[in-house]
Design a protein around this ligand. Structure first.
Ligand SMILES: NC(=O)c1ccc[n+]([C@@H]2O[C@H](COP(=O)([O-])OP(=O)(O)OC[C@H]3O[C@@H](n4cnc5c(N)ncnc54)[C@H](O)[C@@H]3O)[C@@H](O)[C@H]2O)c1
Length: 258
């Protein structure tokens, strides 16, 4: 019998990371969750017979220590999904709080690098592995989130660099690019009026938003042998947002009505 794959999910206490942990556990993986949210992470880990490790991904030493502990507890990582992240409100560059800006880069971008380095080394030693980073529609187009949007573009480029650097070791590195997904941070922003659900729904090609499980399905595919020839790509999971956003704003009008 093949050994159980070990899947490490940063940000697995909530949202897309939680859905991914559930999906990969259902696929037979031994799941390790790294998150700052202990209560949520322990509950998710318990429900899927996985393990929780409290860890701030912005702290490289803490990520290295968690990686060592996971190797001892479960074995070295076969899969890494970097879903830990902060989601901001819209703001102007001239007005933004630089401490919050820097923290967002430390968590979203540096946190991705820290995890890819710590678990990538385990994968290099075994000459196999699959990594999926969390990009976004923000990876592709400007949106008024100046601490977040360029970071997501940088994560797409980082994913390409890692794909080339690690490819010779048999490791694939890809990204998923979700549109708006109704996880706790987006729900809170819709409820407080910081995101307009009507505007969101008016843009997508499909009349629905992806659910966390839809993003998890794409991640599971990219981690599977079915994607063995795919590396260095960002797979949008966006209900057609990228296709529709320029089309719907065409100055000549859209040649059909809903
Ligand atoms: N929800 C969306 O609309 C959406 C769209 C595109 C991309 N994304 C990306 O998906 C990822 C997950 O977002 P989500 O919507 O599931 O949010 P979420 O808040 O539900 O989950 C994020 C998790 O990351 C954890 N986290 C935050 N800072 C951390 C840190 N320093 N160290 C370790 N863990 C930390 C949180 O505790 C939380 O459990 C993020 O990278 C986000 O940018 C989300």
């Amino acid at each position: 019998m093949a050994a159980r794959r070990v899947a490490v999910i940063t940000g697995g206490s909530s949202g897309i990371g939680e859905a991914t942990a559930r999906r990969l556990a259902a696929d037979g993986c031994a799941v390790a969750i790294l998150d700052v949210n202990r209560a949520g992470g322990e509950a998710v880990a318990k429900s899927l017979s996985g393990r929780f490790y409290k860890c701030d991904v912005a702290d490289a030493k803490a990520v290295d220590a968690a990686a060592g502990q996971i190797e001892t507890d479960l074995g070295s990582a076969d899969i890494l999904v970097t879903s830990a992240g902060l989601i901001p409100n819209s703001e102007a560059i001239m007005d933004m709080d630089m401490a919050a800006h820097d923290r967002m880069w430390q968590v979203n971008y540096n946190g991705t690098i820290h995890a890819c380095r710590a678990f990538g080394r385990q994968m290099i030693a075994r000459k196999r592995g699959a990594i999926v980073t969390l990009g976004s529609i923000n990876s592709r187009l400007p949106l008024p989130l100046p601490a977040y949007n360029p970071g997501k573009a940088a994560i797409e480029r980082l994913t390409q660099l890692l794909a080339v650097e690690l490819g010779r070791h048999g490791i694939r590195v890809n990204s998923v690019g979700p549109t708006y997904v109704m996880t706790p941070p987006l729900r809170a922003k819709v409820e407080s009026g910081q995101r307009d659900l009507g505007k969101i729904m008016g843009v997508h090609a499909l009349n629905r938003l992806p659910e966390p499980a839809d993003i998890a399905d794409a991640i599971a595919y990219l981690c599977s042998d079915q994607a063995k020839a795919i590396t260095g790509v960002l797979l949008p999971v966006d209900a057609g947002w990228l296709a529709a956003v320029s089309y719907r704003t065409y100055a000549g009008g859209v040649p059909w009505t809903e």
